[in-house]
Design a protein around this ligand. Structure first.
Ligand SMILES: CSC[C@@H](O)[C@@H](O)C(=O)COP(=O)(O)O
Length: 358
């Protein structure tokens, strides 16, 4: 049975509450933009593509119920809602790109029928679901081919290390970095996958491990602090991670801990890949230093599953993401348009502008 984290039918949205995983599968209703914003902020849904998809669908659900007298009224409501959704979490680019695209669609539309324009926006948002799954499959297949042509095999196939959660739970389906793992497995080429715990919020232990067990993939969980010894003592073919924002120069913001894994990969000569559909690429921010890094509440660090593990009174710093410089992304950046060297990812922006797909 395929995992399902987003249940959507015209006018109705439910999401799997990721705060309760892996212990409980419980879907919550998202009836409006405010519900969508809260679900993103509290991380009931997380992962860059899923944030944008659930944010936009929450807007679509509220839009469907609302009546507008004029196009101006529709436009004002839309811009206000979309701008609000962008404020829930700042690092991933996907929601802000979608918001800009939908606002531009409204402002450039020649349609003078409010209902028709409203439905056009809803249709466009609904298409995001299928498009994200197809993009993930395409980029995963490209990355799997690239790994086969450039990385070392271990035993009966390739051994991959991944970080955070980038699978069904972080996207509309299939996944990005975890999609690459799925594609290798489908081809009979996956020997093993290691997933990090991903402290402090444990997306690896709670969510990636859940997906790997669900799909019966050969897998092992490690603590984040074991990456160096893993690379030294076991044959790792490649590291594959996702992205929250890829800057124009190929620097990548992703889950905290990604940067240190990239440093270790460089030291141990392990190719380091980023799996990032075009929706994760920022066309404006030139380099990683200008990416806003979200800082999350201290209790995500001091508490584990509601139990305090840190001494009371200690100061905490909890950046949720870090930036891996392009020069450490030695394998490449996999997109639905192919695999790019990180310092050549600028070309991707031109291909997207020109509408080419190869
Ligand atoms: C396909 S998901 C890519 C990234 O969004 C993922 O690696 C990540 O950093 C998620 O962070 P999170 O804080 O759980 O939203």
């Amino acid at each position: 049975m395929t995992l399902e984290a987003i249940k959507y039918h015209a006018g109705s949205l439910q999401i799997l509450d990721q705060l309760l995983l892996p212990h409980k599968s419980h879907f919550v209703d998202i009836r409006c933009v405010e519900d969508g914003w809260k679900a993103i902020k509290t991380m009931q849904v997380r992962g860059a593509p899923a944030i944008a998809i659930v944010g936009c669908l929450s807007f679509a659900v509220e839009l469907k119920k609302k009546k507008f007298e004029t196009i101006q009224e529709l436009t004002e409501f839309s811009n206000k809602s979309l701008n609000y959704l962008v404020t829930a979490r700042p690092t991933a680019v996907n929601m802000s790109k979608s918001a800009k695209m939908l606002s531009a669609m409204l402002s450039s539309s020649k349609c003078d029928d409010v209902e028709e324009l409203k439905q056009g926006i809803i249709d466009h948002i609904e298409d995001m679901l299928d498009k994200d799954i197809q993009d993930n499959k395409d980029l995963s297949n490209y990355a799997a081919e690239h790994i086969q042509s450039t990385c070392n095999k271990s035993n009966d196939g390739y051994t991959i290390l991944t970080h955070c959660n980038t699978g069904f739970l972080a996207t509309a389906g299939y996944g990005t970095a975890l999609g690459v793992v799925r594609s290798l497995h489908k081809e009979g080429l996956l020997d093993h996958v290691y997933c990090t715990e991903t402290r402090p919020y444990n997306q690896g232990a709670r969510l990636t491990a859940y997906e790997l067990v669900h799909d019966e993939l050969p897998s092992t969980l490690i603590a984040d602090s074991m990456v160096a010894v893993l690379m030294k003592t076991r044959k790792i073919s490649a590291v594959v991670v996702g992205a929250d924002r890829v800057a124009v120069n190929g620097d990548v913001a992703n889950k905290i801990g990604t940067y240190q894994i990239a440093v270790l990969a460089k030291h141990h000569n392990v190719p380091f890949y980023v799996a990032a559909p075009v929706t994760c690429h920022d066309d404006i921010i030139q380099d990683g230093n200008d990416i806003t890094i979200e800082e999350r509440p201290a209790d995500e660090l001091t508490m584990v599953s509601g139990v305090r593990v840190a001494a009371k009174g200690i100061n905490c710093w909890n950046p949720a993401f870090d930036v891996t410089p392009a020069k450490l992304i030695t394998g490449g950046i996999a997109t639905e348009l192919g695999v790019f060297a990180a310092d050549e990812v600028k070309q991707l922006k031109n291909q997207v502008k020109n509408g080419s797909k190869s």
